[in-house]
Design a protein around this ligand. Structure first.
Ligand code: MCN
Length: 792
């Protein structure tokens, strides 16, 4: 079935209410902490209070003797059991001929701690309170070392973190033709330059990380319940790389998960510790992070320092771009960390524009901070922020409008090969910009600006035209870019005798509504209602295989795997229908849940075929197996490329520096939309995170001591509903050309496109005062200081 036929099926494009919401809204969700196993003990982790220190000794005697304590574990015990460190550097290699530095990332610290919150010991006790009390009794003798937290200080730090990286440098990665770019720059009519920082963020899922390790002596099997987006990969990493266990002896269950935003796609040390210790103690062991632990030990996001330059002709046509980025990796190389500032970042820096030459160089550094890895958008928000800030600055320097410079440079013919490896299959960027300007009433901006001025306020308008690569998978493309492993997705469709269906998917839903949208896809294909389709995910014991959810890949890769399984179901079901109607397979048509014999009025329903598959009657066993159950794996040929234009309007109070987002319009192209209500919710969520980054969210470590200064919601500001106007959303639809649904991912777009729109708006407002630059977050203090500096 082609993507255009698919888009016209019933249930596709329908705002079906989320099936999963009944259990969430009635308190019937089952999160990891809701799982209570027999004789469950509790773990508490002793964490480093220092950013960088040598461990002289760890004395666990008093803790072990404390009431209720079952045991206290330290790094040497883990190592003695041949448990390896966490896998790192999974995806990319250096491009400068030097090997990427892949220092060990021990499950529990060995000899040294490298960030505040690093795992030192695990206490297991009968109750949580007993474990907490005992953790206080673990005495660790540290020699405190100098710490470095800012990527700009990494190379000159006095005490390097890892022996194998004496200058704290992890890898260099470059893409594009440097020679060609430099020669264009040498002759360009105009060059615009920009230095900028992409601020570090803490993911802050509503449900903090949690896990339960469980071991069954009866069959020598482990079960790990874990709040994770990626259960099969978690199992693969844990068995193949860390614990050396046969995979079939470990079951990973990620039940309901209260948000992940990318921070739950990796294997964490706690998960390994709990699994390992469950056998040692022959007990089920639960650990639930408290919010402070989450701040300290969840992988953080972003943290880039970049310099960018655009070479243009006199008409503002982009000729070449060059970028240098220093990426902060934190204390260890987290599982996907090397992919974030490389494949997922540099390859997107061509944006929506025809810039013929782009060269990007990335240096990645270790610092005494929590590891940095994927966070909603992972690399693509950093690329969009840099490029869209640069483009608006180009416009201002050339005296063009933010819309005009974009229009002059938009790609308009497809497929389009960028100079940084990607081939965009389809899009309509001018249409997105035009619709966004309409929604935003861009024409009325000047009048609103005058009205704001009358109130003593400054009004600014900011544009951002983003593109992202979603549907993270294409093994061939990822491999060509240096990835060590490809990605795909798996789906199984099990038709039951009564004609209802269970779908088993390797995608994981932790807020995205897959139980509804995937059911819509199956119902549309088989002529059922979404209620007749149940979706199972998040359990390696039930789902054949999976690569999980991140990179807005689920509908376009996971959904496509299900479509492939449905193709197989349809082929087999047609054979059964042919048998029932005594016709040839080739003469059977299937539509709206009915099989018909072409040119006759003979028909049988999907339900009749399903029943026959399991209750065969005169079945042609020589040609057909009973059952109606198919599995498929799907590895796409390309990414999907959602794109859009966002326009933000702000009012700034020059007396206080307070920025108010007054209007925000977002037009996206997600190809075919399965469920517009869910997509709208995804965009809202992304926008809130992106605008949060632009205005208030900021993870700050003390530059001297390496202490996390923003370690709670008292200091790390989260956006709230009343910080936002009602978003105006619009859509352009150019269906993806290479997946059977025509979909493009929508889960990250809002977080990717919005930060530069906001900052461009703030800078536009402050232009009359002479403010040219501002880093995120544009907090009142920062904006006020920038105004004072410009006035001075
Ligand atoms: N969808 C649709 N039509 C489209 C595209 C998507 O109806 N053209 C639907 C999908 O069927 C799915 C939802 O929209 O129900 C999101 O789909 P998709 O864009 O494929 O993204 P994923 O499901 O792979 O979700 C991942 C993405 C990412 S990478 C992050 S980070 C993120 C996000 O989704 N984290 C989230 N959204 C989140 N939402 C919540 N509530 N919690 C998180 O942790």
């Amino acid at each position: 079935m082609g993507a255009s036929d698919f888009a016209n099926l019933p249930h596709i494009g329908a705002a079906v209410r989320r099936k999963e919401d009944y259990r969430f809204l009635t308190g019937a969700g089952q999160y990891t902490d809701d799982v209570v196993l027999a004789a469950q003990a509790h773990a508490v982790f002793v964490r480093s209070p220092h950013a960088h220190a040598r461990i002289n000794s760890i004395d666990t005697a008093a803790a072990k003797a404390a009431p209720g304590v079952l045991d206290v574990f330290v790094g040497s015990q883990v190592a003695a059991d041949n448990i390896n460190g966490l896998p790192c550097g999974w995806l990319i290699t250096s491009t400068d001929g030097q090997p990427m530095k892949e220092p060990p990332h021990p499950i529990l610290a060995q000899g040294k701690v490298r960030y505040v919150g690093d795992h030192v010991a695990m206490v297991v006790a009968e109750t949580l309170q007993q474990a907490r009390d005992a953790a206080e009794l673990v005495a660790v003798d540290y020699d405190v070392l100098d710490a470095v937290v800012d990527v700009r200080d990494a190379a000159t730090a006095r005490a390097p973190l890892h022996d194998i990286a004496p200058d704290n440098h992890c890898f260099k990665w470059a893409i594009g033709d440097k020679g060609a770019v430099d020669s264009v720059f040498a002759q360009a009519a105009h060059i615009t330059k920009l230095d900028l920082i992409n601020n570090r963020l803490v993911p802050n899922a509503m449900e903090p990380r949690a896990a339960i390790g469980s071991y069954s002596r009866a069959n020598d099997e482990y079960t790990l319940y874990v709040s994770n987006q990626n259960p099969h990969v978690e199992r693969l990493l844990m068995t193949a790389f860390v614990m050396g266990l046969p995979e079939h002896k470990v079951r990973v269950i990620a039940p309901d998960v209260g948000g992940g935003f990318g921070s739950k796609i990796y294997l964490y040390a706690e998960d390994v510790c709990l699994t390992w210790a469950s056998k040692k103690l022959n007990r089920n062991i639960k650990w639930v992070a408290d919010r402070s632990e989450a701040f300290l030990s969840d992988a953080h996001g972003r943290d880039h320092v970049s310099h960018a330059e655009m070479a243009m002709d006199a008409n503002g046509k982009f000729l070449a771009m060059r970028v240098h980025t220093d990426a902060n990796l934190g204390a260890y190389l987290s599982t996907f960390a090397s992919a974030v500032p490389t494949i997922l970042y540099a390859t997107l820096l061509a944006g929506q524009y025809t810039t013929p030459q782009v060269y990007v160089e990335v240096d990645a550094w270790f610092t005494n901070t929590a590891p940095v890895d994927a966070y909603r958008g992972a690399g693509r928000p950093e690329a969009t922020y840099l490029l869209e800030r640069l483009v608006s600055r180009c416009a201002w320097e050339l005296g063009l409008s933010q819309a005009e410079i974009r229009r002059r440079n938009f790609i308009t013919t497809f497929p389009y090969q960028t100079p940084v490896a990607l081939q965009y299959d389809i899009g309509d960027y001018p249409a997105c910009l035009a619709q966004a300007e309409q929604l935003a009433d861009a024409a009325g901006f000047e009048a609103r600006k005058t009205a704001s001025a009358a109130k003593g306020l400054l009004r600014g308008i900011g544009y951002s035209s983003y593109i992202e690569a979603c549907g993270i998978a294409p093994s061939n493309i990822a491999g060509a870019l240096g990835a060590r492993a490809g990605l795909f997705e798996c789906g199984e469709v099990r038709v039951h005798p009564t004609g209802s269906v269970t779908v088993f998917t390797g995608s994981h839903s932790h807020g995205q509504g897959h139980e509804t949208t995937f059911a819509q896809v199956v119902a549309a294909r088989l002529g059922l209602t979404p209620d007749q389709v149940d979706v199972v995910h998040g359990d390696t014991g039930r789902v054949p295989f999976g690569m999980g959810t991140y990179g807005s890949r689920s509908i376009s890769v996971g959904g496509a795997a299900i479509m492939k399984a449905l193709d197989k179901i349809e082929t087999k079901a047609k054979k059964i229908a042919a048998h029932l109607m005594e016709a040839s397979d080739a003469d059977i048509d299937f539509a709206n849940g009915e099989f018909t014999v072409r040119g006759t009025d003979k028909k049988v329903t999907f339900g009749q075929v399903a029943l026959t598959a399991y209750v065969p009657h005169n079945y042609p066993l020589d040609k057909l197996e009973p059952g109606l159950n198919e599995t498929a794996f799907y590895d796409p040929t390309n990414f999907t490329f959602p794109a859009g234009t966002y326009i933000c309007e702000v009012e700034v109070d020059p007396a206080t520096g307070v920025v108010k987002v007054d209007r925000f319009s977002a037009v996206d192209d997600f190809g075919t939309i399965i469920n517009p209500m869910i997509v709208e919710g995804q965009v809202h969520g992304g926008l809130v995170q992106g605008i949060g980054q632009a205005l208030i969210e900021n993870c700050v470590y003390d530059r001297e001591t390496g202490q996390l200064l923003t370690g709670s919601f008292m200091d790390y500001a989260m956006p709230r509903a009343d910080d936002f106007p009602e978003f105006k959303l619009g859509h352009v639809c150019t269906p993806c050309t290479h997946n059977p649904l025509g979909t493009k991912g929508c889960g990250e777009a809002g977080a990717i496109g919005s930060p530069p729109a906001v900052i461009n708006a703030v800078l536009d407002a402050l232009k009359p005062l002479g403010v040219k630059d501002l880093d995120m977050p544009a907090s009142p203090a920062r904006v006020w200081a920038a105004i004072q500096q410009a006035r001075a």
